[in-house]
Design a protein around this ligand. Structure first.
Ligand code: 48F
Length: 261
């Protein structure tokens, strides 16, 4: 390199990003939210050759995971999800009686690294503010810079087309709420609407989560805490096995839809 030219630095950054963004305008699966369920889903999809991108509002990835339990950056994972932690090479400390503990920061790092290495792209600082609805199904997402959203300035959005959308937005189930608000009759017929999560009951919440992970509306799969919020099931605190299992199940459902189409 013949010295650093600042304009060239700008050029390669913009070119690299735009190439990736252009490539993501038509994808198989759009995952909304780079929390544990979203990154797990994206990993398993990309690993099977499905063109997958995650759109994440925040500058950082991991959603609620790096905070652990009340800012003790540790998470509890149940035996059922051990296999997934092995797949992600997350180190586990076994406290017996089925209580497995992982470092929350390591878990985020490993999920993110494996997700990217599998071929899924992660676009941070982008919010999904709407969906594309055509022929009775969800077939894309409407994006805007999170900074514009935060500043509340009127900037018209751009669109990414995808065969399937996975709502992995966590406790607020944002994409399902958008669908309920704008295409309400159909979502209500199927699910009774977005009920909202119930108070803490870790065991019940974890059990319900896997069943609640499903295609909630044609083209829209709900995963992670959003799935429990939709179904009115309990929250579960810093217990994360269900998030991994839910992400994996969402990937399997999405894979079936994508390969059927
Ligand atoms: O909240 P989050 O971590 O969801 P999750 O995968 O995991 C839940 C656990 O963290 C925890 C728990 C454990 O038992 O209950 O809470 O279900 O990650 C959701 C991500 O989605 C992003 C948000 O910034 C977060 O990183 N997000 C939410 N809404 C949007 C969004 C949106 N409209 N557009 C883009 N990203």
């Amino acid at each position: 390199m013949r010295g650093l030219d600042e304009a060239r630095v700008s050029e390669v950054i913009v070119r690299s990003y735009m190439n990736a963004f252009l490539d993501a305008l038509n994808i198989d699966v759009a995952v909304i939210g780079a929390g544990p369920s979203g990154m797990t889903a994206a990993y398993y999809l990309a690993k099977r050759g499905v063109k997958t991108a995650i759109f994440e509002r925040h500058i950082h990835v991991g959603g609620g995971m790096p905070g652990g339990g009340m800012m003790f950056p540790r998470i509890v994972i149940e035996e059922e999800a051990r296999e997934i932690t092995e797949e992600f090479e997350i180190h586990i400390e076994d406290f017996g009686d089925g209580y497995l503990v992982a470092d929350a920061v390591e878990a985020v790092a490993m999920l993110c690294a494996k997700c990217l290495k599998s071929g899924a792209r992660i676009f941070n600082m982008i919010s999904v503010e709407d969906v594309v609805f055509r022929d009775g199904r969800i077939c894309g997402v409407v994006l805007n810079w999170s900074a514009a959203e935060r500043a509340k300035i009127h900037v018209d959005p751009l669109v990414v087309r995808s065969d399937v959308v996975i709502d992995a937005t966590g406790h607020d189930a944002e994409i399902c709420r958008i669908v309920e608000r704008k295409i309400s009759a159909s979502l209500r017929t199927d699910t009774g609407g977005v009920i909202g999560e119930r108070s803490m009951w870790a065991e019940m919440g974890e059990k319900a989560l896997i069943e609640n992970t499903r295609e909630i509306f044609p083209g829209l799969i709900v995963a992670g805490m959003a799935a429990n919020a939709v179904a009115g099931s309990p929250r579960m605190g810093a217990v994360f096995g269900g998030m991994f299992l839910s992400g994996k199940k969402a990937a399997e459902i999405a894979y079936d839809i994508v390969t059927r189409r």
